[in-house]
Every structure is written in structure tokens, then in C-alpha cells.
Design a binder for this molecule. Structure first.
Ligand code: FES
Length: 134
């Protein structure tokens, strides 16, 4: 059996949603200290729905494939649903990852979680600012 599924190879070779969103509503960056890989996610959110998502990943093929698949899984979804995305769901959508590469999918889960945390933080700050401006 091939080490990597066709889906992993496809998302590695043709990653979806690569890039940067200027003035993103949420940005999250995470890294894995052991392998040194870094993943950054940008979210555009309208009415609590993820209208756009982009990523930059400096890492291995599985990390690139995981980021690409994760962005596809949350695009167009409500924030509450994106918050539930697990690394297992990402790996399953890729038709599996080798055990020693599962941490690459964890990075994708963490990057999205971190971008969503940033979104909630900014949202709360804006609400407080609005209250003060009244
Ligand atoms: Fe570390 Fe893939 S080897 S994210």
C-alpha cells in the first residue's frame, strides 16, 4: 500500500486556498517545536459564517495537505461548526495519514482554533469599543 493516499498527494500538489487575506477577521499561527513546521490561517467571517479562508504553511507535505483539506472543510460553514473541527476529521477526509504524520493534522486543527480565538477576541474588543463610543 502506498504510504500516502491519493487525496493527500492531490492536496499536497494542488493545495486549495493558499495565500493571505488582507484585513482578515481572524488570524492564527501555530508551530510544532519538534519538526519546526509552521502554519498560519486567515479567516474572513460574515455573520458568523466563514466566507473565506486562506493559509500559508511552511512545512512537510502532510502539513500542506492537512491545511488545504482543513480550509475546504470549514469554508462556508458557521463558526460554531468550524470550532468543532478535529484533526481526526481532517485526516479522515484525506483518507488517512501515517501514524507518525498525525501531528501534521493536529497543526491544522490548532491553526484554525487559534484563528477563531483571534476572531472572538477582536469581536469582543470591538463590542467594548462600541459601548465606550456611545
Ligand atoms: Fe511536522 Fe508534518 S512533520 S507538521
Amino acid at each position: 500500500m502506498a504510504l500516502y493516499s491519493e487525496k493527500v498527494m492531490d492536496h499536497f500538489r494542488n493545495p486549495r486556498n493558499v495565500g493571505v487575506i488582507e484585513n482578515a477577521d481572524g488570524v492564527g499561527e501555530v508551530g510544532n517545536a519538534k519538526c519546526g513546521d509552521i502554519m498560519k490561517m486567515y479567516l474572513k467571517i460574515d455573520d458568523d459564517v466563514i466566507s473565506d479562508v486562506k493559509f500559508e504553511t511552511f512545512g512537510c507535505g502532510s502539513a500542506i495537505a492537512s491545511s488545504s483539506m482543513a480550509t475546504e472543510l470549514i469554508k462556508g460553514k458557521p463558526v460554531s461548526e468550524a470550532m468543532q473541527l478535529t484533526n481526526k476529521a481532517v485526516a479522515e477526509a484525506l483518507d488517512g495519514l501515517p501514524d507518525y504524520k498525525m501531528h501534521c493534522s493536529v497543526l491544522a486543527e490548532e491553526a484554525i482554533r487559534s484563528a477563531l480565538d483571534d476572531y472572538y477576541k477582536k469581536k469582543a474588543e470591538n463590542e467594548i469599543r462600541d459601548l465606550h463610543d456611545r
